[in-house]
Each structure stands twice: as structure tokens, then as C-alpha cells.
Design a protein around this ligand. Sequence first.
Ligand code: SF4
Ligand code: SF4
Length: 145
Amino acid sequence: MRYPEKQREISQVWRGHHVLKRDDKGAERCTACGLCAVACPAEAITMVAAERKKGEENLYREEKYAATYEINMLRCIFCGLCEEACPKEAIFLTDRLVSTDYGRNEFIFGKDKLVEKVDERIDVTVRQTEQVLAFKQQKKLSHNK
Ligand code: SF4
Ligand code: SF4
């Protein structure tokens, strides 16, 4: 196969390049609780939490947010446990490939590579089953707020 001109079809359940999601209004969903880092068997996730200041409500959904959030893609085994652990629907693995590079430091992905752009949202519903999607639409559940 002539990569990258031609690319192999990937499974719907493929787990690739993570995304940190924003809410409907564009604020970052991650509240820097650290549960993804605790769940990560490869110890690939690190973060530094910060307090949201007055006037930043449109930037960060919760009072606490991740000032720094990094995933070491060389450590990551793409197991998806960070996604499972997140109570804020903030981190998902997507169908995107992690691009290749020459230097090891280039594989420490920070917020610039992880947080989705306000005007370029990343659809994460492809990998989710009908049951999961139905569960996530129940707004009365605290998990989905
Ligand atoms: S996919 Fe697994 S190994 Fe990779 S960052 Fe998430 S929990 Fe860690
Ligand atoms: S991505 Fe989710 S689990 Fe990880 S720190 Fe942010 S809110 Fe917590």
C-alpha cells in the first residue's frame, strides 16, 4: 500500500490521537481532576491545575482547569482508560493517527495539540455504541452535566 497517498481503512472502534473537548459554548470541559492520569496504566498523562479567574467563564467550564495538560504519546498504549475514567466527558480517543516525527520530545502532546479548536470540532460519536450515546444524552445524570 502506498502510504500516505493511500490509507488503510480503520475499524470504527479504533483508538487514536486524543482530543480534549469543549462544551457547546466553547469552554474547555477538563477540570483537571486528575482521574485520567490515575487511571492511565502507562503513566503517560501529566497536568498542572489552575483556578479559573473572574471573566474566564467562557474559556473554562469549571472553576478549576488544566493550565498544562500533556500526554506522552511514546508511553501511551491507546487503551482508552483515560476516556473511561473522565467524569466530565472531556477526553476521548479519536480515529486520527498520531503523526510521525524524529525527536522524542515531539511526542509530548500539550494542549495545543489536544484541545479541539472552537471552530473545528472533532466528532467523537463514531466510536460510541447506540447505548452509550443514549446514556450521554440524559442531561439529568450528573455525569452528563
Ligand atoms: S489511552 Fe491509555 S495509555 Fe494512553 S493516555 Fe489514555 S489511559 Fe494512558
Ligand atoms: S480529562 Fe477528564 S479525567 Fe482527565 S483531568 Fe480532565 S476532567 Fe479529569
